[in-house]
Design a protein around this ligand. Structure first.
Ligand code: NCD
Ligand code: ZN
Length: 343
């Protein structure tokens, strides 16, 4: 196959940041995605409808003229979140709220320290029909970083899912066979997003031959058996898995340093990288479901009506993206060849 046309896809998990950076991140995503679930981990985070709508306006202002792109906003759950916050916010423009365990990742200091204390909020979300998006890692310092996702399933996700069987949950950016199998075995109210880096790479790509800070993200890359299981489940065409890039820009100097930030900025090649994965797996017939159908179907939103065509033609990801403030970002896959191109 030298060309493939799919229904316009959406990105069900990414980070746009704020301020001037929106002029870089929003057009990069709007070039191929019709909608995106925008993560609320700003500092301070997006906590209620007022803050979400103000952030949405800043994103819309950075959207290229004429683009149909639509940001879907998300509330950040904190120990102060109330059921009223949920009821007031919930709607087609704010379809979800996000659970970060405190200290799990970038700007998660405001997050909840005792997840059980949020059960009344989960109840309100379940009744209102708001989705719960979860960064699923335990954060106690004794737990090995490679075991954090599996332990989160046992200690938190399984109990939440059992207690709130009607609450729609997205287990975000899953990285392990344990997570993939838990989602497959659960009822239809649980689904998961998978990033391009977790399909393309494993922890050798982070650590062998020298440490590679631009492949460092959270949850951290796992061993290759986990990568293989993620590839298997997307190739199977299961409707429980869908596209969420977790594209997360950090300035080059904050990643290439003694204590580097977590996040891969994949927006410049997101759809093309996923196409590469499905092509490698000889599963291009499953690409459209993953990229364009499973996400809106799970969210209860309409599928897009437009189309995107990719052709098999190689190109090279730039080494760096210059920002107006003099900083630069090293994009995910910098300097490497991609086999698919959007026409
Ligand atoms: C994200 C970021 O930079 O905001 N980083 C990452 O490694 N994925 C936060 C997150 O989703 O973990
Ligand atoms: Zn993220």
């Amino acid at each position: 196959m030298s060309q493939i046309t799919i229904t316009t896809p959406d990105d069900w998990h990414l980070h746009f940041r704020d301020g001037e950076l929106l002029n870089e991140t929003v057009p990069a995503t709007a070039r191929c995605f019709r909608r995106a679930i925008v993560m609320p981990n700003l500092a301070p985070p997006v906590r209620n409808r007022t803050e979400a709508m103000a952030y949405k306006e800043r994103i819309v202002a950075a959207t290229p003229t004429g683009s149909p792109f639509e940001p879907l906003m998300v509330l950040y759950l904190t120990n102060q979140t109330t059921a009223e916050d949920i009821i007031e916010a919930c709607g087609k423009d704010i379809p979800a709220a996000k659970l970060y365990p405190a200290g799990a990742t970038t700007n998660s200091d405001a997050a909840v320290s005792a997840i059980e204390s949020l059960y009344p909020i989960f109840e309100a979300m379940s009744e209102a029909g708001m989705l719960l998006l979860i960064h699923g890692e335990v954060t106690d310092p004794e737990t090995d970083i490679f075991d954090r996702e599996k332990l989160f399933i046992d200690q938190h996700l399984a109990p939440i899912h059992a207690r709130f069987p009607k609450l729609k949950i997205v287990f975000e950016h899953i990285t392990t066979a344990d997570a993939a199998d838990f989602v497959l075995d659960a009822n239809d109210m649980l689904a998961a997003t998978i990033t391009p880096q977790h399909l393309l790479l494993n922890r050798n790509d982070l650590l062998v031959g020298g440490i590679r800070p631009h492949n460092y993200c959270l949850p951290v890359l796992k061993r290759n058996t986990h990568q293989q299981r993620l590839r298997e489940v997307v190739a199977s065409g299961s409707s429980k898995f869908f596209l969420g890039t977790d594209s997360a820009p950090h300035a080059k100097h904050t990643k290439e340093t003694a204590c580097g930030c977590a996040g891969c900025y994949s927006a410049w090649g997101a759809l093309e990288l996923y196409a590469q994965v499905f092509d490698d797996l000889d599963a291009l017939d499953k690409f459209e479901g993953f990229a364009s159908f499973n996400g809106p179907d799970f969210y209860g939103l309409a599928r897009n009506t437009g189309h995107v065509t990719l052709k098999r033609e190689s190109w090279t990801m730039p080494e760096e993206i210059a920002l107006p403030n003099g900083d630069s970002i090293v994009p995910f896959f910098a300097g490497q060849t991609l086999n698919w191109q959007i026409t």
